[in-house]
Design a protein around this ligand. Structure first.
Ligand code: MN
Length: 286
């Protein structure tokens, strides 16, 4: 496997944030890294990113009782712990450690996401990916990839779990037909390892460091606290892990450049469509 990929114009870090501690659902404590936070309201085509990381069940067992979504996709990636989901079509399942659930809410679902009591620790991410106008009212569907089926690219000093998109080494994720052409990689680097990966210059891209630390063009990012870095213009990512190695998500996607009308769990293009979403929800049309 080719591991000496060079990047002519590496992307710099243009914004760094540890997000904000907040709570949502029935009192779940989390860190909102993107979405409605002043420094990063969204990063087209991405709307929101939450990080759940707790050793204390009291902080998360309330979970997320029934709530709707319309107009976008939710991507739940669990690292530790389990979440049981149920929706208004009767669909139900458990997202376990290492599993990914890519849910296209489309025209609308109502679901609950409730932690199951396990050893104590829960860690994971939920990303919201926007849908373009032509797909906002698509029928809802799920793509669920269990941990054992996530394709992995092994490099000399890197292990890349490919959740969506295709690496330069040719490993392709199993999640299909994502309008935003998303790459979603979970990268584990050995101490002091170098890592590079081309990224189309047309794509918005960010990384989230949740283990160890790393440096991108002189900018140091650590996992304590978990840190998100938005990457500026260029055609790829180049970075170096610190002495303890590094673990991070690399996420990129093609912007839609469409108007965004966003109210809570509904993300459409225009205010009238938000009003319609409330009306449809209140009249039981989801
Ligand atoms: Mn939800």
């Amino acid at each position: 496997m080719k591991s000496d990929l060079t990047v002519a114009h590496p992307r710099p870090v243009i914004l760094k944030t540890a997000g904000h501690l907040t709570s949502d659902g029935a009192g779940v404590k989390m860190r909102r890294m993107m979405g409605g936070v002043p420094e990063l309201r969204m990063l087209d085509p991405f709307l929101m990113l939450d990080w759940f990381g707790s050793d204390n069940p009291d902080e998360y067992m309330g979970g997320f009782p029934d709530h709707p979504h319309r107009g976008f996709e939710t991507v739940t990636y669990m690292l530790d712990g389990k979440i049981r989901h149920r929706d208004n079509t009767g669909r139900e399942g458990v997202i376990e450690a290492g599993d990914v659930q890519w849910m296209t809410a489309g025209r609308g679902i109502i679901h609950s996401e409730m932690p199951e009591r396990v050893e104590g620790r829960m860690r994971g991410f939920q990303l919201w990916v926007n849908l373009p106008a032509r797909l906002k009212m698509t029928p809802p569907h799920y793509q669920e990839i269990v941990a054992a089926n996530i394709p992995v690219e092994e490099r000399t000093s890197a292990r890349i779990k490919v959740i969506a998109g295709r690496t330069a080494g040719g490993v392709e994720g199993l999640v299909q037909a994502i309008a935003a052409e998303v790459s979603y990689f979970d990268v584990d680097l050995a101490p002091n390892a170098l890592f590079s990966e081309p990224l189309r210059s047309s794509q918005a891209a960010f990384i989230v460091v949740f283990g160890g630390d790393l440096t991108i063009a002189g900018s140091k990012l650590t996992a304590n606290p978990v840190t998100l870095a938005v990457l500026g213009p260029g055609n790829g990512l180049m970075l170096k892990a610190g002495n303890e190695g590094a673990r991070f998500l690399l996420i990129a996607g093609t912007p839609f450049n469409e108007p965004v009308a966003w109210h809570g769990p509904f993300v459409m293009n225009h205010d009238a469509e938000i009003m319609q979403a409330f009306e449809d929800y209140n009249r039981g049309r989801f």
